[in-house]
Design a protein around this ligand. Structure first.
Ligand SMILES: Cc1ncc(COP(=O)(O)O)c(C=O)c1O
Length: 375
């Protein structure tokens, strides 16, 4: 039995006919950049998300950079990010000459918290980037309230949570990525909505911000060869858009399949006292980009080795707090954030994809349980 963290091949084979037809159509049309497939996908995604504007771009990192550029921030302005995230979130902040200010996260949901955000605000703070880590929205209602109070922009990093919902206290339900001033996402192949190469998108309900982001993504031009701003070249190509158009129709079904895997893991590990299974926030749906559990610090690395010996892969997302990454040394004051430190030593992510069989799940959970039974 060959177990992998993700299985894009089986997933492709289930939709092969449609994908192949769409890709061939693009090749036959020779409309490789822009054109009807990109427009159709943009419109379908706007509809699916309930977002006024979707601006497709080349990848999720570009999406964050373009959103940040559209806010007209000045060098030295501060942007608050969680310390427990993928590097892309903070990388673009540094690249633009802004200062990433890293805050601790919630020990149960792994997400940034409004109270930590508020404590990190200074007169130079201009924006907050909540990351919806592993597939579950950060608790955005209090974060949006803090942003409003301090006149800050919010850019949601929704690379890992496309398809998830967030419910406000008045019952309003929105898709993650459509709540902040900007939402950014990635269509990296292994993402919940992944293409067959690189891709990304920016979401916003603000007409002015949308216009700015669109111009920046297109070499700073609204009219061909008339450049208003220094921009970037960031496009979602037509083949990827065509593939995403097919896969978007399956996104809810894919999220549900991931949810079933998570439920299987939860149940299997409910009797293992050393395992803390991932928490569900009551006002958000979890689309399980990753199934990330916490185990005792002394066991985490050993468990990973043991699982590998049993033919079960596992990954550590993420082993190092952002402020301890060498590239971010200039932004670190030497202090440690206790929850982030703890998570970096205790998290482990198990295989999670849309094609998992009970046989595979039995093997994975059996191996994890065997490790702890011997303790
Ligand atoms: C949280 C987060 N932000 C941003 C990105 C960047 O996306 P991309 O790899 O498409 O540039 C990723 C994905 O890798 C991610 O997981």
């Amino acid at each position: 039995m060959n177990i992998s963290m993700v299985d894009l091949k089986t997933q492709y084979h289930r939709i092969k006919q449609e994908i192949d037809r769409e890709v061939l159509e693009v090749i036959e049309s020779t409309q490789f950049i822009g054109g009807p497939k990109v427009n159709a996908f943009r419109e379908d995604l706007e509809k699916y998300l309930g977002a006024k504007h979707v601006i497709p771009c080349a990848n999720g990192t570009d999406a964050l950079q373009i959103a940040m550029m559209a806010l007209d921030l000045k060098p030295g302005d501060e942007v608050i990010v969680p310390a427990f995230t993928y590097v892309a979130t903070a990388e673009v902040i540094g690249l633009l000459g802004l200062k990433p200010v890293m805050t601790d996260v919630d020990p149960d949901t792994f997400n940034i918290r409004a109270d930590h955000v508020e404590a990190a605000i200074t007169p130079r703070t201009k924006a907050i980037v909540p990351v919806h880590l592993f597939g579950q929205s950060a608790d955005l209602e209090p974060i949006m309230a803090v942003a409003k109070k301090h006149n800050l922009h919010v850019i949601e990093d929704n690379a890992q949570a496309i398809g998830s919902d967030y419910t406000f206290s008045d019952g309003t339900r929105k898709k993650s990525g459509t709540i902040g001033h900007f939402g950014c996402t990635s269509f990296f192949p292994s993402k919940n909505l992944g293409c067959y190469g690189d891709g990304g998108a920016i979401m916003t309900n603000d007409d002015d911000l949308a216009a700015k982001a669109r111009i920046i993504a297109n070499h700073g031009q609204a009219r061909l060869y008339y450049h208003e701003k220094i921009g970037v070249n960031s496009r979602l190509d037509a083949i990827q858009a065509a593939i995403l158009g097919v896969k978007l129709k399956h996104l809810d079904e894919y999220c549900a399949a991931r949810g079933k895997v998570a439920a299987y893991y939860d149940y299997a590990f409910s009797t293992v006292r050393q395992i803390k299974t991932p928490a569900r926030q009551p006002n958000a749906t979890h689309v399980f980009h990753q199934y990330t559990m916490q185990v005792p610090e002394g066991d985490r690395d050993q468990l990973k080795v043991y699982l590998a010996e049993q033919g079960v892969p596992a990954m550590i997302y993420y082993p190092v707090p952002l402020y301890k990454q060498v590239a971010f040394a200039d932004y670190w004051n030497g202090g440690e954030l206790p929850v982030t430190e703890h998570l970096c030593k205790t998290v482990i992510s198990l295989p999670m994809h849309t094609e998992m069989t009970n046989e595979v799940l039995e093997k994975i959970t059996g191996a994890v349980k065997a490790y702890f039974a011997a303790k």
